[in-house]
Design a protein around this ligand. Structure first.
Ligand code: FAD
Length: 482
């Protein structure tokens, strides 16, 4: 009987628990057994999740790269286009029947629909009659500690990051496992998928992205460069958007081109230090990896987050504004706040935005413009190459004060002072808001009306004081001027 690895957003051959185990089991099974791989190209489903063209293209490029990597291991990747998850389960069953597959291997995905899909398959495998038994093996891969394993004394998920992090650090030694290598190549006979399947299921078309690689080896190089050149000063420079101080690995992590384990262990090898209390740049970077864990653990504990419900239910009563003209100005980078506009233009042009700017622009939309965070969340999802539901939802709800965060709703960043603090010379601003390039550095944060008229840069869409007070009133349930 044969084995099948079902790839999802874990598009790599090294340190892939499902692939690794399938290969181990193959080695222990009969000489004639084969190992296949499958990927379902579920475009309709991806679009429903909000994924945009750029990430979808990268995902497909990554699938093509994966097919080559698997070919070197003598494993055929069969790519099946289908609309929905239900459809993919039907196609999977047909594939398993055609290939005589007895064991399916996959890594967990934690979003609600994905979990339901996998449970349906697991139930179907259990209920199968004995004449053709089929097993579905699932592995935790996306997080360093599986969701549900970092809990309060009352066995509840933490609602705030800092205590979660402390507990995470205590629990981690129990889950500390070095990354697995790329498995050994299969016997050459395993490579060919049956002709009739290959003919139908060509690799998806994609265009290489000029900025973002989808090649596993490139990503490891990127990690090494970051660890050698930038991590030491990460804690000092990580908030400065004009500096290339962060890893920019979020896209690779979101598509599973690299694992969090590989990131953590490479960092340790490089710096030979402890989980905490070691080198400050590295500690600070690991802290971000733990934020990533926090949001994934949250969507498992509170699956309604996947349906875009507010984490704090009372904030569902905030009377959000649904002004399309204000929203469009924000999306286009034409709010008249240079730091916000530079951020939004960076997003549109590159598919990525610096973390500090994500916070500033998200808070501007939800506080100064009082627009429902779900609109911003959807826009980010459609533009980001690193879109991932858990981190995006977490970041948006944090910024909108509707989420898992101890800070009160009256934390409202002043975009101009944020700009002065984190982009003091306006270097980042003029990279994307070129209208302001001729202005002296100090004037780039808040040009006067005359300069705006002269340069064609828009007037402020809302005054900071007015926007701030309107948001405070709206959150308190008091009347406010539109
Ligand atoms: P680094 O600073 O090098 O950090 C290393 C890794 O840690 C990142 O690649 C990422 O996987 C993780 N990480 C870093 N910061 C965070 C964070 N605050 N929350 C969760 N994980 C983090 N991140 C996404 O991966 N996908 C998203 O869709 C996403 N949407 C966001 C929306 C908003 C409104 C906000 C405020 C943040 C969002 N983030 C998202 C988190 C963060 O901005 C990005 O992960 C980070 O900017 C990626 O850059 P980097 O790879 O250089 O990160």
């Amino acid at each position: 009987m044969n084995r099948l690895v079902w790839f999802r957003k874990d598009l790599r051959v090294a340190d892939n628990p499902a692939l690794w185990q399938a290969r181990q089991d193959l080695a222990n099974s009969g000489a004639e057994a084969r190992l296949y791989a499958v990927f379902f190209d579920t475009e309709v489903q991806w679009r429903q999740h909000g994924m945009g063209e750029r990430q979808m293209n990268l995902l497909r490029c990554a699938v093509s790269e994966l097919a080559q990597q698997l070919r070197a291991l003598n494993i055929a990747l069969i790519v099946i286009p289908c609309d929905t998850f239900e459809h993919s389960l039907g196609r999977l069953t047909a594939l398993c029947d055609a290939l005589n597959v007895s064991n399916i291997y996959a890594n967990h995905e934690y979003e609600i629909n994905e979990q339901r899909r996998d449970q349906t398959l697991a139930d179907a495998c259990q209920q199968q009659d004995d004449c053709q038994p089929r097993a579905f093996h699932r592995f935790h891969d996306q997080c360093l500690i599986p969701p549900g394993k970092v809990l309060t004394g009352d066995e509840q998920m933490y609602k705030v990051y800092s205590p979660f992090k402390r507990a995470w650090q205590k629990v981690f030694p129990g889950y500390c496992q070095p990354p697995k290598a790329t498995p050994a190549a299969c016997d050459g006979r395993n490579y060919q998928a049956p002709e009739q399947l290959c003919g139908d299921h060509r690799l998806p078309e994609c265009q290489p992205d000029a900025l973002w690689s989808s090649n596993e080896d490139d990503i490891h190089q990127q990690l090494q460069s970051f660890l050698q050149q930038s991590v030491q000063r990460y804690h000092q420079l990580r908030d400065i958007p004009s500096q290339p101080a962060t890893s920019q690995l979020s896209c690779a992590l979101a598509l599973g081109l690299i694992s969090a384990r590989q990131c953590l262990y490479s960092a340790w090898q490089q710096n030979a230090c402890e989980l905490a209390g070691g080198e400050p740049g590295l500690d600070s970077w690991i802290n971000e990896l733990i934020w990533r864990e926090f949001y994934r653990h949250l969507i498992v504990a509170y699956p309604q987050l996947c349906r875009h419900k507010a984490f704090k239910p009372d904030t569902e009563n905030v009377p959000w504004r649904y002004s399309e003209s204000d929203f469009n100005a924000w999306c286009e980078g034409k709010t008249g706040y240079p730091i916000v506009d530079a951020a939004m233009r960076q997003l549109k042009q590159t598919g990525w935005m610096h973390n500090r700017l994500r916070m500033i622009s998200a808070m501007f939309l939800t506080k100064h413009l009082l627009i429902d965070w779900r609109w911003g969340e959807a826009w980010f999802a459609s533009q980001l190459v690193d879109f991932d539901l858990a981190s995006n939802n977490g970041g948006w709800q944090w910024s909108a004060s509707t989420g898992a965060d101890g800070a009160p709703y009256f934390r409202i960043f002043n975009p101009t002072t944020q700009s002065q603090k984190f982009d003091p010379d306006g270097q980042f601003i003029v990279r994307f808001v070129q209208e302001l390039a001729a202005l002296p550095a100090k004037q780039r944060h808040q040009p006067d009306s005359l300069k705006r008229r002269q340069t064609g840069y828009p007037q402020e869409i809302v005054a900071h004081k007015f926007g701030r007070e309107r948001a405070l009133a709206a959150f308190k349930g008091e009347p406010f001027a539109q």
